[in-house]
Design a binder for this molecule. Sequence first.
Ligand SMILES: [Zn+2]
Length: 255
Amino acid sequence: MKPSPNKAFDDIVDRLKISLGPLGEFTEVDTLSVGNRKYPLIKIVLGKGNPRRILISGGIHGDEPSGVETICSFLENKLYKNFLDNWEFTLLPCINPSGFEVGTRNNQDDIDLNRMFREVTAPQEVNFVKTVLDQPYELDLELHEDIDSPGYYLYQKDKSAELSSLGRVILDQVESIHPLNLAEEIEEVPMDRGLLSRLSEPDEMEWWPMALYAFTRGCNHVFTLETSPALPMAVRVKAHLLAIQTALNQKERKP
Ligand SMILES: [Zn+2]
């Protein structure tokens, strides 16, 4: 089956630039060439120099557009503004632009970028993300969707000895607008009302997703957040936006 094309990536770039205005820093860190097409690999920073740092990313899987839409909407609605006293935001709106444009999970070379973070020789898009992770973040929120899931769920990994309550709090909030996935496990990992705690240690895994790489780079709280494409786009975006705001509000309360 031919994948359905997403909105052109150029439209996304335009929306990001217009909504950001002069407030933040829009950087084309690298350029990805696919045939005659060139895609910028984009990093946006808001509140530069603030003491607390959060990374929010979307579109590492090109067929999961709600993460990309969420970052556009986050900027368009200026949802960062209550947090700009303390937080420096780094946004990676679309890590896999060629996959996004044609609606495929993998990139132009049919590589799943989110399996490549342990490779010494990694694709250009992965190297771009690794550069961004040179400095540790307190919070890393990775926006995904899962075509096989009837509801929202998340993977949580954090540095504290005991799992923090943050993942549970996020899900309790999101449940008011987006049903949770209530399965007891996903891919043999036990799940508690949408919460998966990744207990595996980085050294035990053959391949690393971005989340595990971020964890090894010193991120204190790493979340992989998954919506269900069975729900309308507006609901999925709203759920991801609520997850982001809940995580920030909780961290403000309990530094
Ligand atoms: Zn994904």
